[in-house]
Ligand binder design. Structure first.
Ligand SMILES: NC(=O)c1ccc[n+]([C@@H]2O[C@H](COP(=O)([O-])OP(=O)(O)OC[C@H]3O[C@@H](n4cnc5c(N)ncnc54)[C@H](OP(=O)(O)O)[C@@H]3O)[C@@H](O)[C@H]2O)c1
Length: 285
């Protein structure tokens, strides 16, 4: 299995997060990874720190010719032209042996199969930057039944399992919801950490202590929720002493509609993924 060649078209932040997690899992050096991006030969590329364990190229065609699995990890608007170049240059039969993977919000299996002129060998995966610390989450959307592609999918799953919690094989619509929850979620949580830390600074705590304690409080709270299986409201109620400080603070959050704001944020990110899917399908991105 470790001879399987894993190719990434694009080597930006989300790919780097996966590589960091695999490095931390002591697994990167056992893998066969090739990444294509315009800055592959650039000495300042942050991926250079993995140069003993991964290969880089500027050619997406070279990448596809030397990969069993190809993951699209570039901005959505670039993918159609990349697919056209691949389709023009490489033999169709050869392409059917590659497992293609979209990690792009809104880039559906059907749109990608039109662009690549191939089907039955495309899946979608959504994961998040938390993979860098082996604390990510991921889900797959796949209905492959071809044996070769299915074994490639199993290999890919074994790789993601090293750095992220597996949420299951879900529909593409559910994957778009997860894109909002786990893909955008880290940014949403960062606004909560930043707001709480700002409050502590306003009250007089040092910035460094405020940031560290706000983040550690979120980490500890997440740990209790996951390990105890408690509903968030239960934990919130447990620490809200009648007439105490916490319930006063919670009243302010309710007055400002914070829970509604988080729901709107999630719905907005989800709707954006669906709009992007429509635009990509109609080729107007
Ligand atoms: N960030 C997330 O949490 C997350 C999660 C899931 C999915 N995604 C999706 O994954 C994609 C990449 O996100 P990112 O945050 O990693 O973006 P990013 O940091 O901006 O990286 C984009 C990468 O694409 C490369 N690139 C540009 N043009 C290319 C081409 N023609 N051929 C090959 N590579 C090319 C860039 O290379 P150069 O630097 O050399 O130009 C860069 O390595 C996006 O579509 C995003 O929506 C992101």
């Amino acid at each position: 299995m470790d001879n399987i060649r894993l190719g990434f078209i694009g080597g930006g932040r989300i790919v780097e997060a996966l590589l960091d997690g695999l490095h931390e899992a002591d697994y990167l050096q056992k893998m066969n990874i090739l990444i294509s991006c315009p800055s592959a030969n650039n000495d300042t590329s942050s991926l250079k720190r993995f140069s003993n364990t991964i290969q880089m190229t500027t050619s997406n065609i070279f990448l596809c010719s030397n990969s069993d699995i190809v993951i699209f990890a570039v901005k959505a608007k670039l993918i159609k032209s990349i697919c056209q170049e691949i389709g023009k240059t490489l033999d169709k039969n050869y392409l059917t042996n590659i497992l293609f993977v979209s990690i792009i919000p809104g880039l559906t299996i059907s749109t990608l199969s039109q662009w690549l002129q191939t089907d039955k060998n495309i899946i979608r995966i959504m994961y998040n930057v938390n993979a860098a610390k082996r604390n990510g989450s991921y889900a797959i959307s796949s209905s492959l039944n071809n044996e070769n592609n299915h074994s490639l999918e199993i290999y890919l799953k074994s790789i993601f399992d090293k750095v992220a919690y597996y949420a299951g094989n879900v529909t593409e619509s559910e994957l778009d919801i997860m894109c909002a929850l786990i893909g955008s979620g880290p940014a949403f949580f960062c606004t909560a950490v930043e707001g709480l830390a700002d409050g502590a600074v306003k009250a007089g705590l040092s910035r460094q202590l405020a940031n560290t304690l706000a983040a550690r409080t979120m980490l500890g709270c997440a740990d209790i929720l996951i390990t105890s299986g408690k509903h968030p409201a239960e934990l919130k109620n447990d620490i809200s002493t009648p007439g105490g400080t916490t319930i006063y603070g919670l009243h302010e959050l309710e007055n400002k509609g914070v829970r509604g704001a988080y729901m709107d944020a999630l719905m907005s990110a989800y709707n954006r993924a669906q709009t992007m899917a429509d635009q990509l399908a109609k080729e107007i991105i």
